[in-house]
Design a protein around this ligand. Structure first.
Ligand code: HEC
Length: 107
């Protein structure tokens, strides 16, 4: 009885976690960062999906470069709005720039 309830629940939980984009399909440094390939604790893909298109845990970032300037995007990454964690101190300035450069290419 208990197992019959638990198994579908486990399957559901597993299907809800986003996977990163495949390592060998990524050339961009910013997308590598976004997908957790540079720092394990910088794992944007978990909520925003490997291509930035979003999941139920994180918003779709496609087109954000047209709505928000770099400063606003950086502020979100540093502060972590809503349920998003703060990434303050987890990225060098250069990495922050590479990450935002890539996010701004999402169209
Ligand atoms: C735990 C899930 C989670 C992770 C991990 C996460 N985010 Fe988010 N992010 C969110 C959610 C949810 C929002 C929307 C928050 C709100 O406005 O209430 C958001 C918002 C944003 C926004 C602002 C979007 C807008 O429309 O203004 C940006 C930019 C962003 N995230 C980038 C990133 C980047 C880059 C990373 C990795 C360094 C990251 N996020 C990691 C969940 C996450």
């Amino acid at each position: 009885m208990r197992m019959s309830l638990l198994l579908p629940l486990l399957a559901l939980t597993a299907s809800c976690s986003a996977s990163p984009a495949a390592r060998d399909t990524i050339a961009d440094r910013g997308q590598l960062l976004f997908n957790g390939y540079v720092h394990k604790n910088v794992d944007c893909y978990v909520c925003h999906a490997g291509d930035g298109s979003g999941t139920w845990k994180g918003s779709n970032l496609v087109g954000i470069g047209e709505k928000e300037n770099r400063e606003a995007i950086e502020k979100s990454i540093r502060s972590g709005p809503g349920i998003m964690p703060s990434f303050e101190g987890k990225l060098t300035d250069q990495e922050m720039n590479e990450l935002i450069d890539w996010i701004e290419t999402l169209k």
